[in-house]
Design a protein around this ligand. Structure first.
Ligand SMILES: [Zn+2]
Length: 854
């Protein structure tokens, strides 16, 4: 389809002449339950002003058919006005009314108006997802964040359905089998933030109220929604409890009353991302409704997302970036507020900053070392650029840098800045300078140099301790060396650790200082006894990679798990993982650390990260000659710790899942089969439905699950989740036929919904099947451009990222990737970026393998 992209220049041009007064959008989705109905009727009326009468412009729309276009009472020929992506209008008046009537398509990719039919009860569910630019799949719109306007939605749907949108409904009328919901106009918002959720959803209701400073009472009706068939598993009280704590906390911090009336939170099927902050109508992936036992890390993760989206009601929805360059102005803040809120709002998730240090930062470090990394304030030329920038820089590095800003400028200046920012820019759009101006006012500091170093340059610094001691073992000098691209000012803490009487490693001294330039001396450390461990960036104030001096590294090899403090221990784990990724620690040494100390890791989220990383180390970073032994060691370790874990504990479940991921020998696979059959038991371990699928996946990948057995499991769990996992199991079988079927289902047709595309790719790409999947490397590079041209960007991103031959860690595959890159300099930049990143992962794995070979 030509012209689906939209450039920043085009958006600026349009914003320079247009002011939008309001949209009226009428949708008729009564056909949705009929699978043969591919489209729904959409009628949009836009009232807008033009500063240059006589000028022309265009409205964005991706629709199979446009029935009518009317501008200021004049009918335009849709065939002439509509080019497949834009409705062109010219001879604008000072004040205009444009009506576009179209047939829009129900989506199966999670972009636009997604339609899902529940296999359990045959019910149909709809929801929208637009960011960055898919509102145009549902109605005609100026699809850019800075043309804010009030939206008035009217939705006609089957009479038995519940329908929600950003605003509360004002009137509902039933006519036969259909019911029409008329919603109140929204406050001025951006088109990507509008939303409709429709279907026979299960709804849990609650209420929040608060007396404001001026004595008025703010009432916010609350709801939490999910599919009917998930209702038995829906712990809405927990979700709404976190919601109320968050509303208290953000009102106190932001001092600006929640501006969008009610607050619905809908958990929706086949969702592409974690959640979306539609004002008053937040959507979440329904995997947050837990059908089986999950660890507390999953509850913490969900609560974090609840608060992240809530923070967006202010950062993003009330005040919005002008263009996608400043996406960080909402995502970095919301990511920071997710963790800050978990601790500050009084939820039970007290270790949010440990999780942040361990997981969010790992995402940032990885992204920031790709050749495609970018400053936090990015250069976003068009919508394809925008789509790829929901990444580890915009979210996790940005949030890390805000954490550093709080350490640097002080929390009070930071939050006073936020309060003034909302007051000054409510319902408007902003850029970096708007925020900096305010933070300079509140902090009294010149933040331009700070912003230039932290927000406008890319890359991660490395901090390394340099320690000398005298003959008596006293520190003569402790210095912090900084390298890695642009050197930055870092406010850091340095911790010195020694063994206490019980043998635990505890902090004996802490120094806080500003590190600037290539070498900074920690003056206060001189004269102290040389410690067992020097931990730079203790308390995780700044964003950097941390190294160790040789003696500290020896301490960690013998006692990493003995570090008493959860955050300090998480930082040590993070640092040794970075050493492994950087080919400075052999993968087998990292695996040995995990096998030795993971069993005593108290923090469940950290433990689950260690599992993922240790598996990755064996699959990708270990010398292939050692890989088999490494895999056996992991499976043995998993079994040992599973048997040792407290019955019924989260740790037991995590080790059971790790056993399922690593099982390879007959002993492990025999236990897996026994657990499924009920002939083997681990005391306290409930083999519930999700664990059953994890165990089936282990057998399938080992070639020990028959098609009929998998069909039997599906028959017992014929749900959305069951279908996904059944599909993944089929694709995970180690046969040429299974791989060919998975590949073909994704590549040769666009029939599959997003969730099954993902399941097929995940099953196909089992690293241990590298000999089978090697055949697909050459076809992969041949199909890239076709996939990018023909599929929606969401699906194309999954195919390009997921089918890259990442388990083929060899020079030949690297050369193939390089060959494609050098042979396709003019391929879409976003496509090249994805391939460059996978290529970089491959090159990193090759370096790590060389290190592991020794
Ligand atoms: Zn967000």
């Amino acid at each position: 389809m030509p012209g689906k992209n939209l450039s920043r220049d085009e958006a600026q041009q349009r914003a320079s002449i247009l002011t939008v007064d309001g949209y009226r959008v009428r949708l008729d989705v009564t056909s949705a339950p009929d699978p043969a109905a591919a489209t729904f009727r959409s009628t949009t009326t836009i009232a807008f002003r033009c500063a240059e009468p006589g000028a022309s412009t265009f409205v964005d729309l991706l629709a199979p058919a446009v029935r009518a276009v009317t501008l200021n009472g004049r009918a335009l020929d849709p065939a002439a006005a509509y080019d497949g992506a834009r409705v062109h209008v010219d001879a604008l008046a000072a004040e205009n009314v444009l009506t576009v009537e179209a047939d829009c398509a129900y989506s199966r990719t999670g972009e636009g108006l997604h339609r899902f039919t529940d296999p359990v009860d045959g019910e149909t569910y709809l929801y929208t997802h637009y960011e960055p630019a898919d509102a145009r799949r549902v109605f005609a719109t100026f699809e850019q964040p800075d043309l804010k306007a009030p939206f008035t939605f009217t939705v006609t749907a089957p009479a038995a359905w519940d329908v929600r949108s950003n605003a509360a409904h004002e009137q509902v009328t039933t006519e036969g089998a259909a019911r029409t919901w008329e919603f109140a106009p929204t406050r001025p918002i951006s088109s990507y933030l509008t939303a409709v959720v429709a279907g026979p959803y299960h709804v849990a209701r609650d209420h929040y109220s608060r007396t404001l400073d001026d004595g008025t009472v703010l009432d916010i009706p609350l709801s939490a929604m999910c599919r009917k068939s998930l209702a038995p598993y829906f712990d809405s009280d927990e979700i709404l409890g976190v919601t109320k704590l968050g509303l208290d906390f953000f009102h106190e911090q932001f001092a600006y009353p929640y501006p969008f009336g009610k607050y619905d939170q809908a958990f929706v099927p086949e969702y592409n991302i974690g959640a979306m902050e539609n004002p008053g109508c937040v959507t979440f992936r329904e995997e947050f409704v837990f059908r089986s036992k999950v660890t507390d890390a999953a509850y913490e993760g969900r609560a974090n997302v609840v608060l992240h989206e809530m923070a967006h009601m202010w950062f993003g929805d009330l005040v919005t970036m002008r263009w996608w360059d400043d996406l960080w102005l909402k995502e970095s803040f919301a990511d920071f507020m997710g963790s800050y809120g978990l601790v500050g709002a009084g939820t039970r998730y007290r270790s949010a900053w440990v999780t942040f240090a361990n997981q969010r930062k790992a995402w940032a470090y990885r992204q920031d070392q790709f050749p495609t990394t970018h400053p936090i304030t990015a250069d976003i030329r068009d919508l394809e650029d925008a789509k790829l920038n929901f990444d580890g820089i915009t979210y996790a590095k940005g949030a890390s840098v805000l954490k550093q800003l709080v350490a640097y400028a002080g929390a009070e200046a930071f939050f006073e800045g936020a309060r003034r920012y909302f007051q000054r820019h409510a319902f408007g759009n902003t850029e970096l300078a708007d925020l900096l101006d305010i933070l300079e006012e509140t902090s009294g500091r010149d933040l331009k140099a700070w912003a230039a170093a932290w927000l406008q340059t890319a890359g991660v610094n490395t901090l390394t301790p340099q320690l000398t001691a005298d003959a008596e073992g006293r520190i003569t000098e402790l210095a912090v060396l900084q390298d890695g691209g642009v050197l930055r000012p870092h406010r850091i803490a340095v911790g010195l650790y020694d063994r206490d009487a019980d043998g635990a490693l505890v902090r004996t001294a802490r120094f806080e200082l500003d590190v600037t330039g290539a070498r900074t001396v920690v003056a206060e450390a001189a004269g102290r006894p040389r410690p067992a461990l020097v931990l730079l960036n203790d308390d995780d104030l700044t964003y950097c990679k941390v190294r160790f001096d040789e003696e500290s590294l020896q301490t960690l090899r013998g006692g990493l798990g003995d570090i008493k403090d959860d955050l300090a221990r998480a930082l040590a784990w993070s640092a040794v993982w970075n050493l492994t990724r950087d080919a400075l620690m052999p993968a087998r040494d990292y695996v040995a650390l995990v096998l030795r100390f993971a069993g005593q890791e108290a923090n469940i989220g950290v433990l689950q990260s260690l599992h993922t990383q240790a598996k990755g180390a064996v699959d990708l970073y270990a010398d292939p000659a050692w890989r088999g032994e490494g895999g056996r060691l992991l499976a043995d370790g998993a079994l040992r710790e599973l048997r040792a874990a407290a019955p019924g504990s989260d740790h037991q479940l995590a080790w059971a899942r790790f056993l399922a991921q690593t099982a390879n020998g007959s002993e492990h696979l025999g236990l897996v089969r026994g657990l499924l059959a009920g002939t083997a038991r681990i005391d306290g371990l409930e083999v519930d439905q999700e664990l059953r699928w994890a165990l089936w996946l282990a057998l399938a990948a080992a070639g020990q699950a028959g098609e009929d057995e998998l069909a039997g499991e599906l028959a017992a769990d014929n749900t959305a989740s069951g279908r996904r996992q059944h599909t993944q199991c089929l694709a995970a079988r180690p046969t040429p036929e299974a791989k060919a079927a998975a590949w073909s289902a994704v590549v040769d047709s666009d029939e599959l919904p997003n969730a099954l595309v993902e399941a097929n790719i995940a099953g196909f790409a089992v690293p241990a099947h590298r000999d089978l999947t090697a055949l697909y490397a050459a076809p992969y590079f041949k199909l890239l451009e076709r996939v990018w041209a023909e599929r929606t960007i969401e699906i194309a991103m999954r195919i390009v990222g997921g089918f890259f031959p990442q388990a083929q860690v060899d020079e030949a595959t690297l050369a193939e990737a390089d060959g494609w890159l050098s042979g396709h300099p003019d391929a879409a930049p976003a496509l090249r970026r994805l391939v460059l990143e996978r290529r970089d992962d491959l090159a990193r794995a090759l370096r790590a393998q060389a290190c592991d070979r020794g």
